[in-house]
Design a protein around this ligand. Structure first.
Ligand SMILES: *Cc1c(COP(=O)(O)O)cnc(C)c1O
Length: 432
């Protein structure tokens, strides 16, 4: 049984490279460019007429961004900072879409000439009008719509994102803002969906909305950004999306749509589908002890290095005995979303709690896990660490040394980039 597990490890990451890097670092992320390139190749293969935007917020490591953009993906930016990252990585304005709730005037002014703004409210459109008029520009924007359908029902739901469909249509019928021209719509309702049929229906519903928009207003759209949704298998029992089926159905819907509205661009956003499986988190055993018959394995930078498994543990503790709690992305997917692997199969296997080195008893990353015997210095590898991993970690807590981010490029070389701002910079008290 154990040898089967070891073979599985081989598929997930390159053991020699992990071992080599673990000699230099006690905790690190390792991203594999070959896996990134591979997942993008599959998307392009099954969705040849869809443009993909990479959601930078899921992993904004510069090597990762550059690699993804080199494959031709555009940028889905969730902040002015992400717009700047996309610009720094060489993206053109036409391929950077900045969609976020609560943009400030400064956010708008600093990005309106380097990205396509997706307005999230009527208030925001007013602010864009003000900024555009001031600069004597007519800006082309998209609007995010909160549609009259959800993933599961044919009715709208309250949302902090976007403009309710009725209000959006009313606005578009008589756009009162001479310096703003709406050329696209954006919808995004949920992430991490693994039901192929539900997703296909969702994308069709968005195209139907784009049809309504153009039928009941004079607006002619250049693009429809259908948002994200494509999930990846986290738990061992999860079944991956059927990309071939999904691709066929979305492509057919887009083709029908384009017969009516020739030349319109259809976009899908994705973060985790591109990089989620392309990263592992590696940590080392700092100490081990037995206390009142419980064995603790103390690892480096867990809650503060890769928070998601620790949060899952916390949710499970509060949820004890009840049914599986619902996911809440990007913080919580499920209680079994990560695997803990070792490089060696030292015997005897033992039941342990994996905990971190922070000064709080809440710093638990896995409870009651059967692992091969772990000694100080041994390596533990955690899977599914490519998306919403490094970017979510509360690295400021307790002034610890942060995990480094390593990028294994297609040529087989490991290059590195630490978290920003670096510890030294935050210590000097200067704004980054
Ligand atoms: C977070 C987010 C995404 C990315 O979702 P994934 O599940 O990582 O693909 C896409 N679009 C919007 C608007 C988002 O907020």
């Amino acid at each position: 049984m154990w040898s089967k597990k070891v073979r599985q490890i081989k598929v997930i990451f390159d053991k020699e490279i992990v071992e080599e890097q673990a000699k230099r670092y006690d905790s690190f992320y390792l991203y594999d460019e070959r896996k990134i390139v591979d997942s993008i190749r599959r998307l392009k293969q099954h969705f040849p007429n869809i443009e993909f935007l990479y959601s930078i917020k899921c992993n904004s490591n510069p090597y990762v961004i550059n690699s993804v953009f080199a494959q031709g993906l555009g940028a889905d930016a969730a902040s002015a900072g992400e717009v700047r990252k996309a610009v720094a990585a060489g993206q053109k304005k036409e391929k950077i879409y900045y969609s976020a709730a609560g943009k400030s005037m400064e956010d708008i002014e600093s990005t309106m000439e380097s990205a396509v703004l997706i307005a999230d409210s009527i208030e925001e459109i007013k602010r864009i009008q003000f900024a555009a008029k001031h600069r004597n520009l007519v800006v082309e924007i998209g609007i995010r719509i909160n549609p009259n359908f959800s993933f599961y029902k044919n009715e709208g739901m309250p949302s902090k994102f976007g403009i309710d469909e009725e209000e959006a249509l009313a606005f578009l019928r008589e756009n009162r803002f001479p310096n703003v021209r709406v050329t696209g719509i954006h919808v995004h309702l949920r992430s991490q969906e693994l039901n192929t049929e539900l997703l296909a229906r969702y994308y069709e519903n968005v195209l139907e909305l784009a049809r309504r928009v153009q039928k009941v207003t004079d607006v002619s759209l250049d693009y429809v950004n259908m948002g994200a949704g494509m999930g990846i298998p986290y738990a061992v029992k999860d079944r991956a999306l059927n990309l071939k089926e999904l691709g066929q159905s979305v492509e057919a819907a887009v083709a029908r749509f384009r017969e009516e509205f020739p030349g319109i661009r259809a976009m899908i956003e994705t973060g985790r589908h591109v990089v989620g499986k392309a990263g592992v988190y590696v940590t080392k055993v700092m100490d081990r002890k037995v206390s009142h018959a419980k064995t603790y394995i103390i690892l480096k930078n867990t809650l503060n290095g890769f928070i998601r498994p620790s949060l899952a543990c916390l949710v499970e503790r509060y949820w004890q005995g009840q049914q599986s709690p619902e996911g809440s992305e990007p913080l919580f997917t499920g209680t079994d979303a990560f695997q803990f692997l070792t490089l060696r199969e030292r015997k005897p296997a033992e039941r342990v709690d994996l905990v971190g080195n922070l000064c709080t008893a809440t710093d638990i990353i896995a409870e009651n896990l059967v692992m091969p015997r772990l000694e100080c210095g041994d390596v533990v590898v955690i899977t599914n660490a490519g998306a919403y991993a490094a970017v979510l970690s509360p690295v400021q807590f307790s002034t610890q040394i942060r995990p480094i981010e390593l990028f294994l490029n297609e040529d087989g070389n490991v290059v590195e980039e630490s978290f920003t701002p670096k510890l030294e910079e935050s210590l000097s008290g200067q704004e980054p």
